[in-house]
Design a protein around this ligand. Structure first.
Ligand code: G1P
Length: 301
């Protein structure tokens, strides 16, 4: 049997404009917005490193210096923290990227869509299967992270995969939507995929979340797909073309996904992560109790 290549590289498209968070994202990339005290991009990087990724490829744009700065070593800050005896913080800063992990950047010159962003990473990825993580889909998993679950499915089947979850039928226009077929191995494979269909045209209510393991063949398909929904080069359209000759699993991950590209999802993630934080939990619960009490009181009480 052919030995499977390890999934070593992960692509992080971080060149989007983040219009739903304007004006904050006028000067800060949306991936740098923090949930509690960690930027969204760091959660995605941690998930990738946990899954065995050793090369992180950021697809960025010329305006997004903040992401480059965040992942660069900052000797002055570290010296300062050490001098102040702030050892826990020193370690957190030093561990932003573990020493054995390689970081690479490529610039997406024009905002031509997610598919185009992934295509920009083709030379850095080369001829091997790779992961794509969209940092604004934050996934909190009970044990193994979502990408690790998908890497394990890769080792079990040799097939790439896409993270999926059920979404409200009225919201199909915000997601890639898949239809499924079950194979003799009892796993769910993707039969078809379509980007942001209207509810009436959607093949199901299974939405794509921002986790993918894809074969390198996707790059030649991305080079030839036409602009699709929103006038953008869609990753979904290249995946649809790929399905003709490569099986892809639909991975219904264990965990909770927060759509941190929306304000509602971002705030829910903030609340849930803060409630898990031992320094914040009690104060927050007291605050919620007060809020509930105030809401329950009839006006004029
Ligand atoms: C992208 C993908 C879409 C997927 C979504 C998940 O859309 O194109 O298929 O469902 O990410 O977050 P975007 O949110 O960038 O519009």
């Amino acid at each position: 049997m052919k030995r499977l290549q390890a999934i070593r590289k992960a692509v992080f498209p971080v060149a989007g404009l983040g219009t739903r968070f304007l004006p904050a994202t006028k000067s800060i990339p949306k991936e740098m917005l923090p949930i509690v005290d960690k930027p969204l991009i760091q959660y995605a990087v941690d998930e990738a490193v946990e899954a065995g990724i050793d090369t992180l490829i950021f697809v960025t744009n010329r305006k997004k210096r903040a992401i480059l700065d965040y992942f660069a070593a900052d000797g002055d800050l570290q010296t300062h923290l050490q001098a102040q005896g702030q050892h826990a913080l020193f370690t957190r800063i030093a561990d932003i990227i573990p020493a054995d992990i390689k970081v690479e950047y490529v610039i997406q010159e024009q905002a031509l869509g997610l598919g185009h962003a992934v295509w920009c990473a083709r030379e850095l990825v080369g001829d091997e299967p790779f992961a794509v993580l969209l940092a604004d889909d934050l996934i909190r998993s009970p044990a193994e992270g979502c990408l690790q679950q998908m890497v394990e499915a890769w080792h079990a089947t040799g097939a790439g995969s896409i993270g999926v979850e059920e979404i409200p039928p009225a919201m199909t226009g915000r997601y890639g939507i898949v239809s499924l077929r079950s194979d003799s191995d009892g796993r769910d494979y993707i039969r078809g995929i379509v980007e942001k269909p209207a509810p009436a045209d959607a093949p199901s209510n299974l939405g794509v979340v921002g986790r993918y393991i894809l074969p390198a063949e996707i790059f030649s398909l991305l080079a030839s797909v036409q602009a699709g929904v929103g006038g953008e080069i869609q990753l979904t359209d290249a995946i649809a073309a790929l399905l003709g000759n490569q099986p892809l699993l639909a991975h219904a991950f264990a965990g909770v996904r927060y759509d941190c590209g929306s304000r509602q999802g971002f705030i829910q993630a903030t609340v849930d992560y803060a409630l898990e934080h031992e320094e914040l939990r009690d104060g927050l619960l007291q605050h919620f109790a007060k809020l509930t009490h105030n809401h329950d009181r009839a006006p004029g009480d």
